[in-house]
Design a protein around this ligand. Structure first.
Ligand code: NAD
Length: 458
């Protein structure tokens, strides 16, 4: 197990810093301290815990620019998008603060003839949060904030590609009054995550790849603790014959390429009705050609660095496979020149489901556009996947969109929009996209367990 963690800037290849990593013994010690500290945190009035999150919110706003720069340096995310993520976080915090009281209030569900029945919402206890790097503030805080508000202690293992952001989240929470033993940030890679799973936690909340999700399920499945897995996607969109090809292309190019395509809900497959296919592809390629790739600290950069160097080989393999099977390449298709990890925004048409590009998550700035003959074929292809995170339809016809999207297996559905997450709606996946959910009032309740009270007077 490594004793240090080196943090690199994926846009320059330079080492930013090297941090000591937590050893398994230190992880065990911190987990024991969290266990000891949790009851007092849960015993505090909800108003006190809410005040801490309000203080955290103020600190994020105060430090927004330097936090955005830290995130951009360690992930390669274009600075404009780092600022957007921090701005979006405020809306999520406001949602949790507005709803937590209602969701966790003890409910009287029956009260007759001297008999009262109540549901009390108790914290799970100590929860582990192991998380991804692509939206580190979102995926981190989707768990940390409702978990803390509902009285849990949190052992947080941020991605090794977003550790400085993870440490900043913990620091700001501590400064806002959350005790150090109640909010713990663990530094390290997958082995530190594995050491965390070995601790007697009451819940595991994971965001990351299917492969790691499967390992985590194997490691803790037999322990009957709360387990949530938010995994990858191969998110499809269908553009109907009555859609405006230019408007749909501009919207979907952004949905496919935003955050350099490194979003769990990036548009990953596009099906276009044959009658507007050629016009759609032309507008799509035009839009993508207008995206500037380069230094992510520049305000006008749209395509940033590929955060994890090994992903470059995945993207290259998908390009080679698509070309070998007869796809048409319109732009991109290659790594960009180093230093740093770069991949040109890449657009294919003439693709089909024999190609990896249409089957496996790309997680990069690359997209396949497939021509379809009508609604039935589009629905069949959208469902021809092991994933089920999001799916969309572009058409002016609301009834048609609802009919089509009702037939698609996905946790979130989009009509004339894409690559969108709302704090008010549950975020979940079907199939290999995971189990459980975050966000919405359900994503607050996920950190509690209901206790039943049967109370007879006299
Ligand atoms: P990853 O699976 O490589 O790593 C995720 C986390 O797991 C990291 O913190 C890593 O250190 C840790 N880890 C690795 N091996 C471990 C082990 N054996 N035991 C415990 N922890 C271990 O994923 P990633 O590259 O960080 O993230 C990209 C993936 O995340 C994509 O597939 C993306 O779709 C998915 N994602 C999903 C959502 C969602 O909401 N569904 C959101 C963001 C990202």
């Amino acid at each position: 197990m490594s004793t240090t963690l080196s943090i690199h800037n994926p846009a320059t290849g330079q080492t930013i810093t090297t941090l000591p990593a937590h050893s398994p013994e230190q992880v065990a010690e911190l987990a024991a301290r969290a266990r000891a500290a949790q009851p007092a945190w849960a015993a505090r009035a909800l108003a006190e815990r809410m005040a801490c999150i309000r203080g955290f919110r103020e600190a994020v706003l105060r430090e927004q620019e330097s936090l955005a720069q830290t995130m951009t340096a360690e992930t390669g995310k274009p600075i404009r998008m780092s600022r957007n993520e921090l701005g979006g976080l405020i809306g999520r915090l406001d949602f949790f603060l507005a709803e937590v009281q209602r969701v966790t209030a003890t409910e009287t569900v029956y009260d007759e003839g001297g008999m009262t029945e109540q549901i009390e919402h108790l914290p799970l206890g100590v929860v582990a949060n192991i998380s991804a790097w692509n939206y580190p503030w979102f995926v981190g805080c989707n768990v940390i904030v409702p978990a803390l508000l509902t009285g849990n202690a949190v052992l947080y293992k941020p991605s090794e590609y977003a550790t400085q952001t993870g440490l900043a989240i913990a620091r700001l929470l501590h400064e806002a009054g959350v005790p150090a033993d109640v909010m713990v940030c663990l530094v390290g890679g997958g082995d530190t995550g594995a050491a965390l799973l070995a601790q007697p936690v009451d819940g595991v909340f994971f965001t990351g790849s299917v492969a790691t999700g499967q390992r985590i399920a194997q490691a803790v499945g037999h322990r009957f603790i709360r387990l949530q897995l938010e995994l990858g996607g191969k998110d499809p969109t269908y553009v109907c014959d009555d859609a405006d090809p230019r408007a749909a292309a501009e919207s979907l190019a952004d949905g496919a390429m935003y955050n350099t395509g490194q979003s769990c809900c990036s548009v990953e497959r596009i099906y276009v009705h044959e009658s507007i296919h050629d016009a759609f592809v032309a507008h799509f390629v035009d839009t993508v050609r207008g995206y500037r790739m380069g230094d992510p600290t520049r305000d006008d950069t749209y395509i940033g660095a590929i955060t994890r160097a090994p992903q470059l080989a995945v993207l290259e393999a998908q390009v080679a496979d698509a070309l070998a099977k007869g796809a048409t390449l319109h732009c991109g298709g290659h790594r960009g020149a180093g230093p740093g990890n770069w991949f040109e925004p890449t657009v294919f048409s003439g693709v089909d489901h024999r190609m990896e590009l249409m089957r496996e998550e790309s997680f990069g700035p690359i997209i396949g556009i497939q021509k379809v003959s009508g609604d039935a074929e589009a629905v069949r292809l959208m469902n021809d996947t092991r994933y089920g995170l999001t799916a969309g339809v572009y058409t002016p016809d609301a009834e048609r969109a609802r009919r089509l999207l009702s037939q698609v297996h996905a946790g979130s559905t989009y009509w004339n929009c894409c690559d969108r997450v709302s704090p008010r709606l549950p975020w979940s996946g079907h199939g290999d996209s995971g189990v459980g959910l975050t966000l919405s009032t359900y994503g607050i309740a996920a950190f509690t367990r209901p206790k039943a009270w049967h109370l007879r007077r006299g």
